[in-house]
Design a protein around this ligand. Structure first.
Ligand code: NAD
Length: 278
């Protein structure tokens, strides 16, 4: 059972990732960045999830490098944007990400969305970056089972992780079962459904029992289910709240009740729609 925000999951190449990280999507302004990222560090977060698309790699790199936290204690994920896909575009853009993040090595590099056009070239570029030790682990995001099958048919290295939309209204069980079989870790983006799942009456009852907020119950549900989770907030009190989920345990029947709220409801794009467009 996960006990603290420092607990890690071992990926299929031996690299360890904190199970509970901090997402920085939409944190672009300097003051907001300092307030939220420093607050996240203060309450114990060491894993940060950014992307080329978020236009905040430079800000994140600056704040983390000034923070005084040892590089080896941090875990930084970034993602190759759709417009940088292809072999050369990926290599060039990751060189820039390394500079912006002020890193010699990225901990985890993901392909942000599957692209039919650049499917293997982008992955081959990630494999090269991994071989050259510019990244410690490579993975994908927003891949469905058929994308993973296609990738495994012609690639040398298996992704360590698939980061996909997942919350209480989109529990992703079939994809999770497949990933487990393949030893690919499961990471949940929009773990709080961008706020859209936070008015649920069923979870509210469980929240009242533990004297916790709905957001805390949902994060704890993810953690007990083994999901890697990266909730985002730029409000310091919520950042603290979202980290404060280690003093209670949900019972198995409560986890099942939350599981049953699934309605396969996406807030973001469906991977196959993006796949055919980029
Ligand atoms: P999220 O589910 O983490 O929700 C964030 C929003 O929920 C906040 O903006 C706030 O409005 C609300 N919130 C957060 N904590 C709260 C609390 N304690 N009480 C009440 N409301 C609260 O959504 P997200 O930002 O979309 O996802 C998290 C991270 O996942 C992102 O920051 C990003 O790093 C990553 N992500 C990845 C992809 C991808 O395609 N790979 C897509 C979206 C997000």
């Amino acid at each position: 059972m996960i006990k603290s925000i420092n607990d890690v999951i071992t990926l299929n190449n031996g690299v360890k990732i904190p199970q509970h990280g901090f997402g920085v999507y939409l944190i672009k302004e300097e003051e907001e960045g300092y307030n939220s990222i420093n607050k996240a560090l203060e309450v114990g977060y060491r894993s940060f999830d950014t992307a080329q698309l978020y236009e905040n790699e430079k800000l994140l790199g600056k704040i983390l490098s000034e923070s005084g936290v040892k590089r080896s204690d941090l875990f930084i994920t970034t993602k190759v944007a759709d417009f940088n896909q292809g072999y050369d575009g990926t290599l060039r853009s990751v060189e820039q990400s390394l500079k912006d993040l002020k890193l010699d090595q990225i901990d985890l590099l993901l392909i942000h969305w599957p692209s039919k056009k650049h499917f293997f070239e982008t992955w081959n570029a990630l494999e090269k970056l991994y071989d050259e030790k510019l990244v410690r682990a490579i993975g994908v995001s927003n891949y469905e089972i058929h994308h993973l099958e296609e990738l495994s048919s012609k690639s040398a290295i298996k992704p360590v992780i698939n980061q996909v939309e997942c919350h209480t209204y989109l529990t992703q069980e079939p994809l999770k079962d497949y990933l487990k079989d393949q030893s690919i870790a499961f990471e949940a983006w929009s773990p709080l459904g961008r706020g859209a799942i936070l008015n649920d009456n069923v979870i509210n009852k469980i929240a009242n029992k533990y004297d916790k907020s709905i957001a805390q119950i949902v994060i704890r549900w993810h953690l007990q289910k083994g999901n890697i989770v990266i909730p985002k907030s730029s409000t310091p009190s919520r950042i603290e709240e979202n980290a404060n989920v280690y003093d209670f345990n949900l019972a198995d029947d409560e986890i099942k009740v939350i599981d049953s709220l699934n309605k396969n409801q996406r807030n973001g794009n469906a991977p196959d729609d993006v796949y055919l467009k980029i």
